[in-house]
Design a protein around this ligand. Structure first.
Ligand SMILES: *[C@@H]1O[C@H](CO)[C@@H](O)[C@H](O)[C@H]1NC(C)=O
Ligand SMILES: *[C@@H]1O[C@H](CO)[C@@H](O)[C@H](O)[C@H]1NC(C)=O
Ligand SMILES: *[C@@H]1O[C@H](CO)[C@@H](O)[C@H](O)[C@H]1NC(C)=O
Ligand SMILES: *[C@@H]1O[C@H](CO)[C@@H](O)[C@H](O)[C@H]1NC(C)=O
Ligand SMILES: *[C@@H]1O[C@H](CO)[C@@H](O)[C@H](O)[C@H]1NC(C)=O
Length: 371
C-alpha cells in the first residue's frame, strides 16, 4: 500500500509541475549586495539585482516576466543561458576530428550538426535545440548557490555523451561566480559560454540603449570575420586605430558610426576579442547614470561582444515592459569563451576537442561595485 501511495504521489506531482524547468531558484548574498534568480531551463540567469550609486537595487540583465518564453521566443536571443555544446558559429555545421580547414562532408570523421543561422549555412549556439533550450536539472542547492546538470546524449548529432554541470554562487561584496565543468565519453568539440545580456541602467533614467555604457577590454586583437556569414577568416586584426580598440575605457557610442557593418545599415559590434591576459580583470563595463560597474574575471581565451543589433523582445515589467520592447542596442552581451569556430580554423592553434582523458572547465567571476 505504501509503495502504491508513493507511486501515485510521484505521478501526480509530475503531472502538476509540467513547467518544472522554469522553477525559480533565488540566491542572495548574506550582506544583501546581490540577488540572482535562475531557472533550470538552459541554466538561465533570469534576474540579477545589484545596488546602484544610491544604494537602490536594479535588475541589470534582460529577460522575460514569464520565463516559459525562454522556450517559445521566436527571436531566440538566448537570454543569459549557458550556450553549448559548441557556442557561437560553426561553418556549414561541419567539423572533423582531427580538425581541418575544410572538412570533407562525406568522410567518416566529419560530423554534421543542423544549421540554424545565415540562411542555413551556419550552426549557431549548438544547433536547433542547444543547451540553452534543454531542461537542465537541479543537482545541488544552498541559499547562496545552485548547481544545474544536463546530460547531453549526442544532442543535435555531436559525438558522444557530455555531462555538464553549471555551478552558480553569490558571495558578499556583490559577486556572482559561475563555474561550468563538462565530461565527455568520446572525442568531441566543447566550447561553452554564458550568454548574459547586460544593461547596467536597467532602463531607468530615460535610457533605452547601452551607447553611453563604458567598456574596457584587455584585447589587442580581434578575429577577422567573413562579412557574409560571420565565420572567422583565420586572420587576426590589430585593434590599434580601429573601432575595436577598447584598451582605454570608452563608451560604445564613441566610435559608433565607424563600427563594422555586421549587416547592411547596421551599427555596433558582434566580434570575438582575444584577451591579452595581461591583467587580472580583462573586462569592465560601467554606466555613469546608475553608477554601476561590473568587473569580469575569466579563464577563457576570448570574449564575444555583441551589442544586440537583432534584438526584439518584450521587456520585463521592471524594465518598462511589456508595452516597451528590448530593441537594437538595448543591451550588450559579453560572452567569455574560446575562439569562434576554431574547430574549422587550425591556424588559431586552439585545442577545443575534449574527451575521456580531457575534461572541460569554464569560469567567470562577475563583481559589482559603484563608480
Ligand atoms: C522539457 O521538459 C518539459 C516538461 O517536462 C517537456 O515538455 C519538454 O519536452 C522538455 N524539453 C526537452 C527539450 O527535452
Ligand atoms: C517546481 O515547483 C513546483 C511548484 O512550486 C513544485 O511542485 C515542484 O516540485 C518543483 N519541481 C522541481 C523539480 O523542483
Ligand atoms: C539570406 O538570404 C537573403 C535572401 O536571399 C539575403 O538577402 C541575405 O543577405 C542572406 N543572409 C545571409 C546572412 O547570407
Ligand atoms: C565567405 O563566406 C562565403 C559563404 O560561405 C564564401 O563563399 C566566401 O568565399 C567567404 N569569403 C572569404 C573571404 O572567406
Ligand atoms: C536602432 O535601429 C533603428 C532603425 O534602424 C535606428 O534608427 C537606430 O538608430 C538604432 N539605434 C541604435 C542605438 O543603434
Amino acid at each position: 500500500m505504501r509503495v502504491q501511495a508513493l507511486t501515485f504521489f510521484a505521478i501526480f506531482a509530475t503531472a502538476l509541475s509540467a513547467d518544472w524547468p522554469f522553477n525559480v531558484t533565488e540566491l542572495q548574498a548574506p550582506d544583501g549586495s546581490i540577488t540572482a534568480k535562475f531557472v533550470p531551463f538552459g541554466s538561465t540567469l533570469t534576474e540579477l539585482w545589484v545596488k546602484d550609486k544610491d544604494g537602490k537595487a536594479r535588475d541589470v540583465v534582460l529577460g522575460y516576466d514569464d520565463n516559459t518564453q525562454l522556450r517559445d521566443d521566436p527571436g531566440h536571443p538566448v537570454f543569459n543561458a549557458v550556450a553549448g555544446r559548441y557556442a557561437g558559429r560553426i561553418n556549414g555545421g561541419l567539423f572533423s576530428i582531427p580538425i581541418s580547414k575544410a572538412p570533407d562532408p562525406t568522410a567518416a570523421n566529419t560530423w554534421h550538426i543542423p544549421t540554424n543561422d545565415a540562411n542555413g549555412t551556419v550552426t549557431l549556439h549548438g544547433g536547433i535545440i542547444g543547451w540553452d533550450r534543454r531542461n537542465w536539472t537541479v543537482a545541488a542547492q544552498t541559499p547562496t548557490s545552485v548547481t544545474f546538470e544536463h546530460i547531453d546524449p549526442a544532442d543535435e548529432g555531436f559525438p558522444g555523451i557530455v555531462t555538464v554541470q553549471a555551478h552558480h554562487e553569490v558571495t558578499n561584496g556583490g559577486v556572482l561566480r559561475s563555474t561550468i565543468r563538462a565530461k565527455a565519453t568520446q572525442l568531441t568539440p566543447i566550447m561553452i559560454t554564458q550568454h548574459i545580456y547586460w544593461n547596467l541602467d536597467a532602463f531607468q533614467d530615460g535610457t533605452d540603449n547601452i551607447l553611453e555604457h563604458k567598456l574596457k577590454l584587455d584585447s589587442s586583437t580581434v578575429l577577422a570575420l567573413n562579412e557574409t556569414n560571420s565565420i572567422p577568416t583565420g586572420k587576426l586584426i590589430d585593434v590599434t586605430n580601429t573601432p575595436y580598440d577598447f584598451r582605454t575605457e570608452r563608451t560604445f557610442g564613441s566610435k559608433w558610426n565607424d563600427t563594422p557593418k555586421i549587416c547592411p545599415g547596421c551599427y555596433g559590434y558582434n566580434s570575438g576579442f582575444v584577451l591579452d591576459k595581461k591583467i587580472d580583470t580583462p573586462i569592465t563595463l560601467s554606466s555613469k547614470k546608475s553608477g554601476i560597474k561590473l568587473s569580469i574575471q575569466t579563464d577563457q581565451a576570448a570574449a564575444v561582444v555583441y551589442t544586440a543589433w537583432w534584438l526584439n523582445a518584450p521587456r520585463k515589467a521592471v524594465h518598462g515592459g511589456p508595452s516597451k520592447s528590448y530593441l537594437n542596442s538595448s543591451a550588450v552581451a559579453i560572452e567569455q569563451q574560446g575562439y569562434i569556430d576554431a574547430i574549422n580554423t587550425p591556424e588559431f592553434h586552439q585545442n577545443q576537442i575534449y574527451g575521456p582523458s580531457k575534461d572541460y572547465e569554464w569560469q567567470s567571476v562577475y563583481k559589482f561595485s559603484t563608480l
